[in-house]
Every structure is written in C-alpha cells, then in structure tokens.
Design a protein around this ligand. Sequence first.
Ligand SMILES: [Zn+2]
Length: 322
Amino acid sequence: MPTVHTLGGAKDPDQLGRTLMHEHVFIQDTEIMANYPHLWDESAEIDNAVARLQALRDTGISAIADPTVLGLGRDIPRLLRVAARVPELTIIVATGLYTYRDVPLTLHHRGPGTTLGGEDPLIPLFLRDLTEGIADTGVRAAFLKCAADIHGLTPDVTRVLHAVIAAHHQTGAPITVHTSVTNNTPLEVQDLLKAEGVDLSRVVLGHVGDTTDLDLLKRLADNGSYLGMDRFGLDLAITAEQRIETVRALCAAGYAERMVLSQDSCSHIDWFPPGVKEQILPNWRYDYLSGTVIPTLLSQGVPQSDIDQMLITNPRDYFTPA
Ligand SMILES: [Zn+2]
C-alpha cells in the first residue's frame, strides 16, 4: 500500500479526501518568541488554532498540507498538541528551508560555494525529517519546500533548491516551491528542476495563482507541474474574483488535472501586529475556499468532477510515491 506520512502516522493517500495543499497553522520567529515570550499566549493560540481547524474540518475538508519549514518557525511538538484535538483532520508536514535571498548564518561557512565547502548540511537534515522523523516526535515530513521570490534565484536560493533536489532524488518526496509571479521565478524554477532530472509532475509551483496571465499558467502546466492556485482570500495583488475567474477559465480549457487549491492561510502569523490580519484581510481564513470559492466556481459552470480533481485526486496523486 502506498503511504503518505502525516502527523497521525502513515496513511493511504486514497484516504486523504479533500485536501488543501498549502495552509499554515503557526508562522512565527522562534528566536523572538524564545526571548520575548510575553508576545505570545501559547494556550490561547493553541485553542484558536484548534477552533479554526475544526471549523475547516466541518466544511468537509479532511486534510491540509502545511509547508511551514525552517525560516517560518516550524514546531512539530506544538502542532501535535493542536492535531490531537482535531483528530479528524489529517495534517501533512514538510521539510525544507524558506528564504528569499540568503541561507541562515549557521550555513554560511559550510556547504557548496563556501569557505569550507563539502556537501550541503541541509541535505542530511532534510533526509532525516523525511526518513526518520522530525526532532524526537517520530513525525515524518512528506514533502519538500523551498522558496524563490522577489530577489529571484540568488546563489543561496539556488543552493537550497539543489539541497531540495538532492533529497527529492534520494527519497522520491514531492516538492513545493514558493514562487513569485512578479518576476520569472516560476519558469526559472521549472528550468532548474528539469535540468536536474526532477519529474515536474512531482512539483507544485506555489502561488502562481497570483497572476491572471492564462498563457503563462498554461505554459507552466504544460511543462507538467501543478499550479498552486493557493492564495484565495489573500486579496492583495489580485482580487478573489480574479483568482476564481482564472481557475474557471483553466478548468474550461481542460487544466483541472494540473491545479491544486488552497489559501496559504494560517491561524497565527507574527508578520502583522495582533488583529491586523483579520482587519485588512477578512477573507484570508481557513473556511473561505469551502464557503465562497467552491460554491462560486460551481455556480459559474465548473463541474463537480473538476472540483474533486483539484481537491481530491491531484493531492492524492502528488502524495502517492512515484
Ligand atoms: Zn505559505
């Protein structure tokens, strides 16, 4: 039986059901938290996360993939405390490193292109998470995550991509890359992955749903990757209506097999002062896709079979070992 590793142990990917492919729970700077614990109410934030994730589960979503990795404050023991109280929601976690430009200073003097050189120390860390478990939790990561954003493929961003590729080749774990449609990173990431022998059907190009450029999206999909239509409710660069219309048009053009849906939402993020996220982005929450986006797509003629393809079949296939 093929298995996908989750917070609750190994599962058959067929049992995932409706899966949101890019949702966070907690995003925070762990060093600031450790030094200024008065900024954070642990038990209240865990209660908040439990309530929000339970409300998401109540909308019929049965699994989320959480790409919170190094650089975003991954904390699997805390996530386990949340998951224990939302037992019917499957949570799939990732390994990797999130940076737009530089690797952390601890990696500056070792690894490829540095003074000491040698194998990238990131690779055995990623492999440990994927094959043994994260910290001492026994929870195994099921996918790899990295980022390329406003600074493009800087030397360190490229270095992380190469470490992700190495771990992918050794384990077969699928890859999610945070990309930016403000530049050419989606195509550049695809080119690099392809040149390094990665099967692009094992890759989600995160956040490409931030554009309405259908020609670009079709080109990226034709190259084989899943398009991350994964920021519904994050109404900054484009509106929800534009995101919905883009998915509708791509479904009509036969691209449901190459899209995954999500919101890139979170229960807590320390990138905004408390309360501001809810104020300026009221739709950026876990239940927006089920409550608004899916009903709108259906009302605009997208067939239920396309919705199921994007929410059930594509996530299942992504997490089914090649
Ligand atoms: Zn994200």
